[in-house]
Design a protein around this ligand. Sequence first.
Ligand code: PLP
Length: 442
Amino acid sequence: MSDRSNEHYFTRAKQSIPGGVNSPVRAYGSVGGTPRFLVGAQGAYVTDTEGREYVDLVASWGPAILGHTHPEVLEAVQQAAARGLSFGASTPGETELAELVRERVSVGDAHPIGKLRMVSTGTEATMTAIRLARGYTGRDLLVKFAGHYHGHSDSLLAEAGSGVATLSMPGSAGITAETAAQTLVLPYNDLDAVRAAFDEHGPRIAAVIVESAAANMGVLAPQRGFNRSLSEITRRNGSLLIVDEVLTGFRVGPAGWWGLEAANVVPDGGGWQPDLITFGKVIGGGLPLAALGGRTEVMDYLAPLGPVYQAGTLSGNPVAVAAGTATLRLATPAVYETLDAVADQLSVAVSDALSAEGVEHSVQRAGSLFSFAFTPTAPLNYDDVRAQQAWRYPPFFHAMLDAGVNLPPSVFEAWFVTAAHDETAVSRILDALPAAAKAAAA
Ligand code: PLP
């Protein structure tokens, strides 16, 4: 085994890092084989320790909408780093980014972001949003949907998507029964279940948290009007609606999935606003930055103005803020048109290849996010997604990897395109599809 091989690095990593990884899905547990250890990422491509280049459809799990290491983002980062890596004090850049986000996440007269607080990870953003909702309402219960992933804070791991789904875990050890009992988990896209939960527990429900369009059990867009109904139900009952746009925010459109609904790009979508929205991934342009924002009256419950505590040594880190600001400024409408066009082309091509081999599947789309479920009919919720022939994915994944295409190593993850996926990159993916579809059919 060459000492630059992926296998060498994996073996070594396992001796000093649990499972050899710092985030479970990276271990390839559900697809098998040796994870690729990456040493470079440029445009639409990533390179491993063996010098092999792959067309990348992971995009760092979302942030890299412009393509990896965009030269202008890199320059902004280098300049910020040269001025100082971290100050532990306020910077002008934070206000500039907050203003930019407020402006971008506005559609017509709707301005859901009154104020914004920056943190370092999506997990922190949703965890803080929940604490804030509890502090603001004085209530204890939280409603979430099965298969939705909101990061790994204790109250949010029940029946979660992403790595928890990939590992088929019902939740996580280490969470007290009391904490688990404060989260009500409901089936997605089921308004009757939401109404029933409010009928039974309404005065105790602080918030409903929902991925604006689910993308951590594969992609699963909400039924028409679902988010708006959640907004009506929570408002009527005096609880808050937390819309988690960590994954969809600034990726599916300039104002995220909420923006697509508000602008009626999603049919029958408009006419509602979240109380709180969480952001991550794209907002940091590939560096650790996330945020929560929402109604000023609610946001002002955060310390130092209000009684709900939240803080962070590296919150609003100047280098991350520079990366995020540069990324958002470069994410013009033309970028979103490219993402949509590439997603159209690839999702149709994968579907055609699978159909040509007689593999039953459903194409799952939410804006430029897409994935495939090996089911004959479109899934509506986590139970449907789990009932698919998931065993077809590992051979498909490995055939693509062998042909130089890096897909998410789990059937429960979205595929991420970037604006750097040009004709050359796309045709490399298209060329790999027939053999991969054949492998999935076997
Ligand atoms: N919320 C959603 C919708 C996510 O997809 C994720 C991560 O994938 C998170 C929250 C957690 O973000 P982070 O991994 O930055 O903690």
